[in-house]
Design a protein around this ligand. Structure first.
Ligand code: NAD
Ligand code: UDP
Ligand code: UDP
Length: 312
């Protein structure tokens, strides 16, 4: 069985990944500084001998002997990554460098959780991996977008210069149980608002689009990517090509939750991308993967999670 390090393992995606890896019998180290993650997300794994929890910040060096590294540590929702923009950049860049140093020393395979945000406000639709993107380098989203772009550069250079065995995946908007109710991203905001009977806040006119991937589909893609041979390093898009406007999403959430909430319109944040949809041809070919969970089904599972969470 493999020794696997998951940075950001106590976060939304990281906790699902740790769960899958532990249940497959691997020896898992979950590393997190609990900035946006929580022990609650992985408490159920503490009972397993093959799960270990470490409080650590990836901006500092970390030493362990491992076979694989999944690098997820980084706040992902705009309010959280903008809360301390300089720290976000440090987490992306120093975090990547430290984990690449660790991979170089241990000869571990390392997977980077990159993002569709590297495409910025895309001029090409749907987005293919060969598109270089349209990112504002000096805006309020830049700490995240450019931090993730710099991390991809570091991954490629450690691969070319030091032969590090890398994998890069570009994750499109992902949702599901264990999102933080205060996360600030659109799916959790709308569901929590609908459940509490509060106004549903659409930013801008609601015509901007996103493609939403259910977390289980993403985890399957991550595992498959890590299992590919050393000749395939990506970057590869992982996302659900179903594309929805935020107005359509709000209406779906209201319908599903039978909520009495009303839609209200709020100012659109700066640099908010107008459209987002992955081209997943490469993932289909190289990973033999495509998403299975439709938006209605995924929203229902997420809604059930938040219903219980809000009662706590
Ligand atoms: P999340 O905020 O729930 O998880 C991030 C985790 O990283 C948290 O547990 C947080 O405490 C931890 N962390 C943050 N800074 C750290 C640091 N300096 N040292 C150690 N740990 C630190 O977000 P998520 O949605 O689970 O995202 C996980 C990863 O996937 C992130 O790298 C994110 O950029 C990437 N991603 C997510 C999405 C999405 O839609 N959820 C889309 C694209 C990419
Ligand atoms: N590093 C780490 N864990 C390790 C090996 C390296 O955190 O097991 C850190 C190291 O402290 C350095 C970074 O990773 O800051 C990059 O490592 P590299 O070997 O490329 O750089 P160098 O040590 O030569 O500066
Ligand atoms: N959004 C919204 N209401 C909210 C939160 C977000 O209308 O309460 C919009 C946001 O402006 C963006 C889309 O929903 O156009 C997705 O936002 P999110 O923060 O989830 O992800 P990202 O912008 O990083 O894709």
């Amino acid at each position: 069985m493999k020794r696997i390090l998951v940075t950001g393992g106590a976060g939304f995606i990281g906790s699902h990944l740790c769960e899958r890896l532990v249940k497959e019998g691997n020896d898992v180290i979950c590393l997190d500084n609990y900035f946006t993650g929580s022990k609650d997300n992985i408490r159920h794994l503490l009972q397993y001998d093959n799960f270990e929890l470490v409080r650590h910040d990836v901006t500092s060096p970390y030493y362990a002997e491992v076979d694989e590294i999944y690098n997820l540590a980084c706040p992902a929702s705009p309010p959280h990554y903008q809360y301390n923009a300089i720290k976000t950049m440090k987490t992306s860049v120093y975090g990547a460098m430290n984990m690449l140093g660790l991979a170089k020393r241990t000869k571990a395979k390392i997977l980077q959780a990159s993002t569709s945000e590297v495409y910025g406000d895309p001029a090409i639709h749907p987005q293919v991996e060969s598109y270089w993107g349209n990112v504002n380098p000096i805006g309020i989203r830049s700490c995240y977008d450019e931090g993730k772009r710099a991390a991809e550069t570091l991954f490629m250079d450690y691969h070319r210069q030091n032969g590090v065995r890398i994998k890069i995946i570009r994750i499109f908007n992902t949702y599901g149980p264990r999102m933080n109710p205060n996360d600030g991203r659109v799916v959790s905001n709308f569901i929590v608002q609908a459940l509490k009977g509060e106004d549903i806040t659409i930013y801008g006119d609601g015509t901007q689009t996103r493609s939403f991937q259910y977390v289980d589909d993403l985890i399957e893609a991550m595992i498959r990517m890590m299992a590919t041979g050393d000749d395939f390093i990506g970057p590869v898009n992982t996302g659900n090509p179903g594309e929805f406007t935020m107005l359509e999403l709000a209406e779906k959430v209201i319908e599903l939750t039978h909520s009495t909430s009303k839609i209200v319109y709020c100012p659109l944040p700066d640099d908010d991308p107008k459209q987002r949809k992955p081209d997943i041809t490469l993932a289909k070919e190289k990973l033999e993967w495509e998403p299975k969970i439709r938006l209605e089904e995924g929203l229902k599972k997420t809604f059930e999670y938040f219903e219980d969470k809000i009662k706590e």
